[in-house]
Design a protein around this ligand. Structure first.
Ligand code: 6PG
Length: 483
């Protein structure tokens, strides 16, 4: 077999297959490999005319089909299957070759794999790829991490197959060393969860408070999609809401079970944020909202609990309320991106990745699930000031939130009064108010900690320590000392 393939893809389920086709359609010769060879041959049979495919049946054949340095993309399930594939191929590779993991791997696994393979001289590139099946085929947003040398030969290929932003820039950049790419993809997914939750809350408010039908709400989302909320997720929400279930004639959203699944990347975003000490409350609420939705027995047992029932608004009130919801959604969205970018900055500092936040915003402008017009403005904000303490410190975003805040608060008042759960909107507003507060009750929390753990608190001035000790002696129900 001649070693003429410029890239190889192993793992030909839908994402791998579409990525392989994307490379081939862009003029690259692509070696194909899959655990079951039937899938490889089916791809060539169905799509062989799209480009230059080299079907292989064994790992050896696959490796032999690749030009040097070899570029081998693995598109298998995260976790053990990825390790198994690496173990199968690594012994067949030579120094300078590259393994590119395009799955949704945990960045800590990517860091480990990169370290292990580096010892053999193999470049391991953990590349987050976003855009689902359609993106993989027609242009995804790609977030590669790993050795910078690998990007020299791999980068131009990824740029070719990636989505292009409106200004023509490819939606790919070398994010940083080892796990940086998968870390950024993880946070992308966390933001995706938050975006979806906020959109869901807007929908429910428009339905339960304003009294609109799903079809009317679809129209509202379509209108929003022509303005500052212009994004893929708003666009598809309109599509989902206007979809009618053929069997019953009812809106699809009313017949489908109201339980949202998760594969785990949103949960990782929150777990890692907790470790890094970054408050990503909006993303956390989105993860918890999905998990609450799945507790059917608990929900069933709680349905009869007391609460207000919504009162319908007049047509003009409903329309004014919809405008307020747009403001609340936009302001909450700014907050969830603020939290997500904070996490990327914190991860970058922790692991010495030196991630360019403006570049991250730039490559999320096209191809990925959270692509949105608004990301162009985030890019501008970080390009103007790379060390921006928070997106909320950017003048434009601060002004927009200032203009939105009355409506944002009014929407939350309605939600609370009418009993519509809006954890995402509420968490975003609480974050905003906490950040701008002159004083936080954390002083009191610290006082409480000092009270029951005096000796373990080095920063407490002696005068306060003495005073609190004295008071503790007088306290009627003194808790056991833990220190
Ligand atoms: C993407 C998506 C994709 C998937 C996520 C979220 O960027 O193309 O984020 O990776 O949608 O894994 O999936 P869950 O909602 O199932 O966790």
């Amino acid at each position: 077999m001649s070693n003429s393939a410029q890239i190889g893809v192993t793992g030909l389920a839908v994402m791998g297959r579409n990525l392989a086709r994307n490379f081939a359609r862009n003029g690259y010769a692509v070696a194909l490999h899959n655990r079951t060879a039937a899938r490889t041959h089916a791809l060539v049979e169905e799509f062989g005319s799209e480009g230059d495919f080299i079907a292989t049946e064994t790992a050896k054949e696959f490796v032999a089909a690749l030009e040097r340095p070899r570029r081998l993309v693995i598109m298998v399930k995260a976790g053990e299957p990825t390790d198994a594939v690496i173990q199968e191929f690594a012994p067949l590779l030579e120094p300078g070759d590259m393994i590119i993991d395009g799955g949704n791997a945990h960045f800590a696994d990517t860091r480990r794999r990169e370290r292990e393979l580096r010892e053999q001289g193999i470049h391991f590139v953990g590349a987050g790829i976003s855009g689902g099946e359609e993106g993989a085929l027609n242009g995804p947003s790609i977030m590669p991490g790993g050795p910078v040398e690998s990007y020299e030969s791999l980068g131009p290929m990824l740029e070719k197959i990636s989505a292009k932003a409106e200004d023509g820039a490819p939606c790919v950049t070398h994010v940083g060393p080892d796990g940086a790419g998968h870390f950024v993809k993880m946070v992308h997914n966390g933001i995706e969860y938050a975006d979806m939750q906020l959109i869901g809350e807007a929908y429910q408010l428009l339905r339960d408070v304003a009294g609109y039908s799903p079809a009317q709400i679809a129209d509202i989302f379509r209108t929003w999609n022509t303005g500052r909320l212009d994004s893929y997720l708003i666009e598809i929400t309109a599509e989902v809401l206007s979809h009618v279930d053929e069997a019953t004639g009812k809106p699809f959203v009313d017949v489908v079970q109201d339980q949202a699944e998760q594969k785990g990347t949103g949960r990782w975003t929150v777990q890692i944020a907790l470790d890094l000490g970054v408050p990503v409350s909006g993303i956390a609420e989105a993860v918890f909202a999905r998990s609450l939705s799945g507790h059917s027995a608990l929900r069933e047992a709680s349905r009869g609990l007391a609460g207000p029932s919504a009162t319908a608004l007049s047509e003009s009130e409903a329309s004014a309320f919809a405008d307020q919801v747009e403001q609340a959604l936009y302001a909450s969205k700014i907050v969830s991106y603020t939290q997500g970018f904070h996490e990327v900055a914190a991860g970058s500092a922790e692991y010495d990745w030196n991630i360019d936040l403006g570049a991250v915003a730039s490559i999320w402008r096209g191809g990925c699930i959270i692509r949105a017009a608004f990301l162009d403005r985030i890019r501008e904000a970080y390009d103007a000031q790379a060390e921006l303490p928070s997106l909320l410190s950017d003048d434009t975003f601060a002004q927009e939130i200032a203009a939105a805040q009355d409506d944002w608060r009014a929407v939350l008042v309605s939600a609370v009064q009418q009993g519509v759960p809006t954890p995402g909107f509420a968490a975003a507003l609480a974050y905003y108010d906490a950040l701008r507060a002159e004083r936080l009750p954390a002083a009191l929390t610290q006082g409480q900690r000092d009270f029951f753990a005096l000796d373990g608190v080095p920063h407490l001035p002696d005068r306060h320590r003495r005073e609190l000790r004295g008071r503790r002696r007088e306290a009627p129900h003194r808790p056991p000392q833990s220190d």
